[in-house]
Every structure is written in C-alpha cells, then in structure tokens.
Design a protein around this ligand. Structure first.
Ligand code: SF4
Length: 369
C-alpha cells in the first residue's frame, strides 16, 4: 500500500464535541468513542452526557429502590474462582446447605424489615439435585404468593445446574418456570471476556455458554438482568468488551430488564492477596457508571450498588443510575469485606439531599402487571 493510502486509512481520534453531539442526538457511540471518553473526558462532561441518556428513560430527580436480601442457600462450590472468599469445597469443613425452613426464616425476616425481594445465590454444589431447587422455589411461591418476589439463581448457577442434571438450557429453564420461577438474573458475569474467565474462573463457564443460557432463559419466558463487576485486574479493553457484548445481546433479545455493576471486594480472596487487597475508588466506580449509562443506550434501568459502595453509591444517581437496592444480607460480598447498614432512612435521606425523590419499586407487584 502506498504511503498516501496508509495515511488516508488512519482515522483521526474523535473529539469531545463529535461524541457529545452523537449522544445529544441519540446516536449510538462505539467502543472506541467510549474509550476516548474514559481516557479524556472530564467527570463533569461524563455526568452531563450520562444525564442526557438517563433523561430518555427517567425524569430528573426521580429514582427507585427496593429492600431485598440475598439468600446464600449453600456455600459449597466446586468452581474455585480465585476472587471468591465465600466458597467451601465439598471436602472442606464449614460447608452448609439451607433447609426450606432456614430459607423461610430468612424470608420472614426480610418481610418484617419491609422488603419484598429475595435473590438466591449459592455455589456449584454437586450434592444438590434439580429437585432441591424446584421444590424450594415451588414452596416459596406457595407460602408467599404475590407478597414476595424472588430472583432464583444466577445464570452461573443455572449453567451448572443444567449441566449437572444433564438437561439442555431450554429444558432446565422450563423445569424452573414450572416450579414458579420468574427470574434468573445475570449474576456471575463478572467480566464477560474469555481471557478473564481463563485467568480467574476457569471451571465456571465460557462467555459463549453464558449468553446461550441467558437466551434460553428469555426464550422460556423468564425475566433476566445484566450485571458486571469491576475492580479485579481487568483492562479497559475487557470492560469495553463486556459492555459491547451486553449491548449487542440486548439488541438481539430485548430481554435485559436492568444493568447492575458493583465492585470487587478483595479481602480474604486469593486474587485480592495478589492485588495487595486494594479496592478501586468510589470515584472510579462512579465514572464507570456514567460510561455504562452513555454506552448502554438500550437498557432503561441502570442500577448503583449500595452493597459494595454503601451510602456513596447514591451519588451514582448523578452519574446516570436510576435505581438501587437496600440489601439486608449477602454473605458472598460480606465475607470479602462488604458492610451493610439497616438504617434505610439515613441512606434514603442521602438520596433526598442529592435532590432525588426515592420511590419503592415492588418487583412482586410488577410481576402481576
Ligand atoms: S464466585 Fe460463585 S461460582 Fe465462583 S467460587 Fe464463589 S460461589 Fe463458586
């Protein structure tokens, strides 16, 4: 190729004015433009662009929240992710499996504290057959009816469960749906690149399998969500690949009800030790939330993580987020250093100080509509 042709082939870097004009006009930005924003835009400009995209879905000053509990029904797991401080191998002491009565006690406490959403999250436990899950979820639906909704499993657990039961993803999704399940959330995604999986959770699943299972879940008529976790050793390229895959999947399926990003808690984990036990800053998390809102132009609900950022997560409302959980328990992140406050009014007051009117979002009621 002649030198002149090579010169012509090189694209000039985008400018802030060009990218801002695209966002203002509702034109999608690509991964290179997202990279440019991350590396060059001021925090104020990111907030401004995120607010523009947010305003297409939510009125300024409005936000929603839920009081919820994560029920860690078993900590026995064979996946051995090196960022996890929660699991016990089947041969190790300290493993547990909750009975239905154990779970009911947790759900009763949640309701007493004003919550109505439970999210089940445990390990890849080879001793638990599919019937454990189907019977548990059917019993919850029967006992609580429409007064409580539950996120049954994450995609990661669903993958293991289908594999372990020797069922296709479609068959496993149908069995769970018939047991009263309505939601299987996108948890366990962390960073959706094959490189990340190979470095940190090589026994878990591939990214291709993750999306194949999520597609089967949507096809079965179940609801699902997208998630992401940052603050490991992931590169900017990997973060952008995760966002790009998520946006593309949403284009194809329209099945992702929300996107939630939280931050890695490194304490007592193998990877955390290698990284020196350092968490990313809240400022980096908030900046990332803004980029997510700008890039994920096809996901209406962008959620901010009180579980891992505490009250300061609400500042994410000024970075494009519109929704948050008030969790009362999650053993997985608490084991790795997360702290939980049950002083919900103090947290909600912070949202009000920031200029927002928080409104409770009832997933249980929405399911009936
Ligand atoms: S993160 Fe989940 S799948 Fe990985 S080891 Fe921990 S419990 Fe198991």
């Amino acid at each position: 190729m002649a030198l002149a042709d090579m010169t012509l082939a090189v694209q000039p870097p985008p400018t802030l004015a060009q990218i801002a004009a695209k966002v203002e006009q509702g034109t999608r930005i690509d991964a290179e433009e997202a990279r440019w924003l991350w590396q060059n835009a001021s925090v104020g400009e990111l907030q401004r662009l995120a607010a523009i995209v947010r305003s297409r879905f939510h009125a300024p000053g409005e936000c929603t929240y839920m009081v919820m509990r994560i029920v860690n029904y078993t900590n026995v797991c064979v996946a051995q992710c090196n960022y996890c401080a929660f699991y016990k191998l089947p041969t190790q002491a300290g493993g547990y499996v909750m009975s239905q009565d154990d779970v009911f006690a947790k759900l009763d406490e949640l309701i007493a504290l004003g919550g109505d959403l439970a999210a089940f999250n445990g390990g890849f436990n080879p001793a638990l057959p599919l019937s454990y899950y189907c019977e548990l979820f059917a019993a919850i639906r029967e006992r609580y009816g429409e007064s409580l909704e539950f996120y049954a499993l994450t995609i990661a657990e669903f993958l293991y469960l289908a594999d372990h039961a020797k069922l296709s993803y479609a068959e496993a999704a149908e069995r769970l749906r018939a047991s009263g399940v309505r939601w299987i959330t996108g948890g366990g995604s962390e960073i959706l690149t094959e490189g990340f999986r190979a470095r940190h959770s090589k026994f878990k699943y591939t990214v291709a399998e993750y999306f194949e299972a999520q597609r089967a879940i949507i096809d079965a008529g179940l609801k699902t969500t997208a998630t992401m976790v940052i603050g490991f050793d992931e590169t900017l390229d990997e973060r952008l690949e995760h966002l790009d895959r998520t946006r593309q999947f949403q284009d194809e399926t329209r099945g992702l009800a929300s996107f939630l990003c939280w931050t890695f808690k490194p304490y007592f984990t193998q990877l955390g030790g290698q990284l020196g036990g350092i968490e990313i800053s809240t400022a980096e998390y908030l900046k990332h939330l803004a980029l997510c809102r700008i890039f994920l132009d096809n996901i209406p609900r962008i959620r901010t993580s009180v579980l891992t950022q505490n009250q300061r997560a609400l500042e994410g409302l000024n970075y494009g987020a519109d929704d948050f959980d008030l969790p009362i328990e999650d053993e997985v992140t608490q084991k790795a250093g997360a702290t939980i406050s049950l002083d919900f009014e103090r947290i909600l007051d912070y949202a009000r100080e920031l200029g927002y009117t928080p409104r409770y979002r009832h997933v249980a009621l929405a399911a009936k509509q």
